[in-house]
Design a protein around this ligand. Structure first.
Ligand code: BG6
Length: 487
C-alpha cells in the first residue's frame, strides 16, 4: 500500500493502526505486504518507522515489541512534492524494488490520505507516470482508495470522477465511507433481509416515521481549516447519513453482489424528494454551538472566523417518493458538541387504528426498532407489556441484543474492514460514481443557498445552541410541527 499523506493525521490515527491490526490478526495480512509512505516531510525509512511505531502504540498501547518491529520493518518512505514528477519517478523505482523484496507480485493499492484538492492531481500523475495502469487487471492489480469528502458539490464531484476515470476504471476506485465498515451498520441489511418477519412491515403501511441521529460530544478538534469550508451537511449528511438512510430504505437487492447493493442505495437517493430552496427553513434547520458547560463556542475555536456562519448541527426532514415509503418522514439530525455521543437509527411503527386498548382509553407507546451504532452496538425492539397489578396498565419494554454478548467474535474496526475489502476487491462498502453524484445532486441546492445568501439571512437561518446541550430549539420545532418528538 502506498499512502499519500503519509505523515498526516488520518494516516497516524487510522491507517497505520488499522494496517498493524490486520498484520497481527492471525493470517489476515502478514506476509507479502509493505507500506510506502509518500509526503513532503523529509523522513527516511528509519524516521518514518519511528512515526509508524508511535502511531501504532498510541492506538494499541499493549502492542507487542516483536510484532511492532516486524510491522515497522515493512514500512518505507519516499519524501517528495505531490506535484513533482520526480517524486513519482523515485516512487516507481522504489516500488519495483520493494515488490521484489516483499514478493507482492506488483499488486498495489494507492491510498490517498491527502487533502481532497490533491485527489485529482495525484491520480493524474500516478497515471501519467505509469504507476497506476488503467484496467481491472487482477494480476497485478492497481487500486486506488480515496477518503471523503469526494467533491464539495455536484459539479466538483463530477469533475473529480471525470479526472479519476481518465486514468483508472470505476472497478479500481474505492471511495471510502468508513461508516459502512461498522458492524452494526452492515447489520441493518442482515436484519432486514435475513429475518423475514420484518419484511412485510417495512413500509408506509406500518412505519410511522424513521429517525437517524449522529450526535457527537467532540467539537471540530483542530480541523477548523477544513470545517470552515465544509460544515456538517457536507461532513456527515452527504456521506455517512445518506448511506445509513440507503440501507434502511432500499429494496431487497437481487443478490449480495456489490453492484446490486449499490444499485439499491442509488435508487433510494434518486427517490428522495428534492429540497425546495425557497422554503428551506421548514425542511432543514442549521445550528452552531455557542459556549456552554465550560466549552468554547465554535466561533471561539482556533482558526474559526469570529462571525462564522458554518453549521455544526443540522436537522432535516426527508421524504422518499416511492411506493414503499410514500408519506413516511425520515428525520435526520447530527451535531457536534452535543450532550452525548450517539449514532442510531430508529424505526417507529404505527399504532394500530383498531387497537382494543386504545379504544378503552389506555395509551401506550408505539413499537420501535432501534439500531444503536455507537457508542453501544445493539439492536432493541420496544414492545408493550401489562404492568403487574389489578388494573389494566400498559408499559413499553425492550427486547435487546448487544454485540458485547458475542464475546467470541472480536469486532473488526471499521478501517480494518475497509482496507481488507479493498485488498479482496470487494466494492460493496464503497461509494460508486452514480451514488456519490446523486448525493450531491440532492444537497448542492442546500449548501449553495446557504453559502450564497446575504449575511443577515445567513444569520437568521443559524440557530445557536449551547455546547453540551441537545441542539437548537428550532430542531425540536421541525419535528413537533408534524406532531412528533425526537427520541
Ligand atoms: C468523519 C467526520 O467522517 O466522521 C468527523 O469527518 C466525524 O467530523 C467522524 O467526527 C465521526 O466518525 P465516528 O466513526 O467517530 O462516528
Amino acid at each position: 500500500m502506498v499512502i499519500f499523506g503519509a505523515s498526516g493525521d488520518l494516516t497516524k490515527r487510522k491507517i497505520l493502526p488499522s494496517l498493524f491490526n490486520l498484520f497481527v490478526s492471525g493470517g489476515l495480512m502478514r506476509e507479502n505486504f509493505f507500506v510506502t509512505g509518500v509526503a513532503r516531510t523529509r523522513f527516511d525509512d528509519a524516521s518514518y518507522r519511528l512515526l509508524a511505531a508511535d502511531a501504532v502504540r498510541k492506538a494499541f498501547p499493549s502492542a507487542s515489541g516483536a510484532d511492532l518491529e516486524a510491522f515497522c520493518e515493512a514500512c518505507h518512505y519516499i519524501p517528495g512534492d505531490y506535484n513533482d514528477d520526480g517524486t513519482y519517478a523515485a516512487l516507481g523505482k522504489r516500488l519495483g524494488e520493494l515488490s521484489l523484496l516483499h514478493a507482492t507480485q506488483g499488486n498495489l493499492i494507492f491510498n490517498l490520505a491527502t487533502p481532497p484538492s490533491l485527489y485529482g492531481p495525484v491520480t493524474g500523475r500516478l497515471g501519467a507516470n505509469g504507476l497506476i495502469l488503467k484496467g481491472d487487471s487482477t494480476k497485478p492489480f492497481h487500486r486506488i482508495m480515496v477518503e471523503k469528502p469526494f467533491g464539495t458539490d455536484l459539479e466538483s464531484a463530477r469533475e473529480l470522477n471525470r479526472t479519476m476515470l481518465r486514468w483508472v476504471e470505476e472497478r479500481q476506485i474505492f471511495r471510502i465511507d468508513h461508516y459502512l465498515g461498522k458492524n452494526t451498520v452492515q447489520n441493518i441489511m442482515v436484519f432486514r433481509f435475513a429475518n423475514p418477519i420484518f419484511g412485510p412491515v417495512w413500509n408506509s403501511g406500518f412505519v410511522d416515521h424513521v429517525q437517524i441521529t449522529v450526535a457527537e460530544e467532540i467539537g471540530v478538534e483542530g480541523r477548523a481549516g477544513y470545517f470552515e469550508s465544509a460544515g456538517l451537511v457536507r461532513d456527515i449528511l452527504q456521506n455517512h447519513m445518506l448511506n445509513l438512510l440507503g440501507l434502511v430504505a432500499m429494496e431487497k437487492p437481487a443478490s449480495l453482489d456489490a453492484e446490486a447493493i449499490r444499485d439499491g442505495k442509488s435508487a433510494v437517493l434518486r427517490s428522495i424528494r428534492r429540497f425546495d430552496p425557497a422554503g428551506l427553513d421548514r425542511q432543514i434547520v442549521r445550528g452552531q454551538y455557542a459556549a456552554g458547560g465550560g466549552e468554547a463556542g465554535y466561533r471561539q475555536e482556533p482558526g474559526v472566523a469570529p462571525d462564522s456562519c458554518v453549521e455544526t448541527y443540522f436537522a432535516a426532514r426527508l421524504f422518499i417518493d416511492n411506493k414503499r415509503w410514500k408519506g413516511v418522514p425520515f428525520y435526520l439530525r447530527a451535531g457536534k458538541r452535543l450532550g452525548r455521543k450517539e449514532t442510531s437509527v430508529t424505526v417507529v411503527f404505527k399504532n394500530a387504528k383498531d387497537c382494543v386498548f386504545r379504544e378503552s382509553g389506555i395509551g401506550h407507546p408505539p413499537n420501535r426498532l432501534v439500531f444503536s451504532i455507537q457508542p453501544e452496538q445493539k439492536v432493541s425492539l420496544g414492545f408493550i407489556v401489562k404492568i403487574p397489578g389489578a388494573r389494566m396498565c400498559l408499559s413499553g419494554q425492550n427486547l435487546e441484543f448487544s454485540y458485547n454478548s458475542l464475546a467470541a467474535a472480536p469486532l473488526t474496526g471499521d478501517y480494518e474492514r475497509i482496507i481488507l475489502d479493498c485488498m479482496m476487491d470487494d466494492q460493496t462498502l464503497f461509494w460508486r460514481k452514480d451514488g456519490i453524484e446523486e448525493s450531491w445532486r440532492l444537497l448542492t441546492p442546500v449548501v449553495s443557498r446557504w453559502q450564497s445568501c446575504p449575511v443577515p439571512e445567513k444569520q437568521r437561518m443559524m440557530h445557536l445552541y449551547p455546547a453540551g446541550s441537545g441542539g437548537p430549539a428550532a430542531a425540536d420545532e421541525l419535528i413537533r410541527r408534524d406532531g412528533r418528538e425526537w427520541l
